[in-house]
Design a protein around this ligand. Structure first.
Ligand code: C2E
Ligand code: MG
Ligand code: MG
Ligand code: MG
Length: 287
């Protein structure tokens, strides 16, 4: 009897694994379709100079619109796309779109830096630098207006490949930001080996700063570090005026978060830029 039960359990698990695999293969096919038929959109979230409420940059954030018109967030498909290698064409698509838009905004007279998230898989891909060079040529954008956001973990692995890749990107004239700074790794030595321009304080610290004093202490330390190393600084995930004021008091001036603007389609950001000032609530309907 125990044996039969065991067998049943086994087949229960195997059918679960099977249906999980089928679901994955299904999603992989859907991603392929989306790549072919323009199912991916690039939203932008402004970075704001807090004292003047001036938009000084935007971050490109990918969205997947499924065939029902619903937006799917990157957290729900980037991990799979990294496993299947589909992140390579997806990443190229985002970079291309972002460079085109950066160029257009620049020509319209806006002084804006456009940041693009780059996954570890992209950075390690042997055609990455060549792809980036190609996109820069195709779009004609000034590379100084384009910033690549890379998470800390990628840089802390002591892999020489990533150091070389970053140096090559710097040589192309791009800016480099460390995303989610403070969450990835405690070895800060990589900061002197890599050509980094910007640190982005992770939103978990900003979220915690009103309730947990240690978050404030960590933010203070990151601000000190960035100043001592001559790096620019962005605080992510600012949702309230209290957080904004707290960050200003600590010496942080550039911020990003729902308090100012949610990620929004290009045209919505255009309207924000035309008004010259970060809009607080006007584009909040978008996510
Ligand atoms: P990230 O680069 O750290 O981006 C910040 C995320 O926080 C975005 O989520 C943004 O919508 C959200 N956010 C911004 N302000 C606030 C706020 O005030 N409160 C809260 N709660 N959230 C805020 P999103 O767009 O869902 O992206 C999640 C992550 O997916 C990104 O984290 C990034 O790591 C990745 N990602 C997004 N687009 C791309 C892409 O084109 N390529 C790659 N490789 N990764 C991407
Ligand atoms: Mg980012
Ligand atoms: Mg981040
Ligand atoms: Mg993140």
């Amino acid at each position: 009897q125990a044996k039969a039960g065991g067998r049943n359990r086994y087949s229960f698990f195997s059918s679960e694994i099977e249906s999980c695999m089928r679901a994955r293969q299904h999603q992989e096919r859907l991603i392929q379709e989306a790549l072919k038929h323009g199912g991916f959109e690039v939203f932008y979230q402004p970075k704001v100079e807090a004292s003047q409420k001036k938009i000084i940059g935007v971050e490109a954030l990918i969205r997947w619109r499924d065939n029902k018109g619903n937006l799917i967030s990157p957290a729900d498909f980037i991990p799979l796309a990294e496993k299947t290698g589909q992140i390579i064409p997806i990443g190229r698509l985002v970079l291309h779109r972002a460079c085109l838009d950066a160029h257009a905004w620049h020509q319209a007279g806006h002084r804006l830096c456009v940041s693009v998230n780059i996954s570890a898989v992209q950075l390690k891909h042997d055609r990455f630098i060549a792809d980036v060079r190609e996109v820069l040529q195709e779009t004609g954008v000034n590379p100084g207006l384009v910033e690549l956001e890379i998470t800390e973990g990628v840089l802390a692995t002591r892999e020489h490949g990533s150091q070389d890749a970053l140096l090559a990107l710097k040589r192309l004239g791009l800016r480099i930001a460390i995303d989610d700074f403070g969450t990835g790794y405690s070895n800060l030595a990589y900061l002197k080996m890599f050509p980094v321009d910007v640190l982005k304080i992770d939103q978990s610290f900003v979220r915690g700063m009103m309730v947990d004093h240690s978050d404030t202490v960590i933010i203070e330390a990151i601000i000190k570090l960035s100043k001592a190393l001559g790096l620019e600084l962005v605080a992510e995930g600012v949702e309230t005026r209290e957080q904004e004021q707290g960050l200003i008091k600590l010496g942080c001036t550039v911020m990003q978060g729902f308090y100012y603007c949610r990620p929004a389609p290009h045209d919505e950001v255009d309207k924000q830029l035309a008004s010259g000032i970060a809009g607080f609530t006007t584009i909040k309907a978008w996510q």
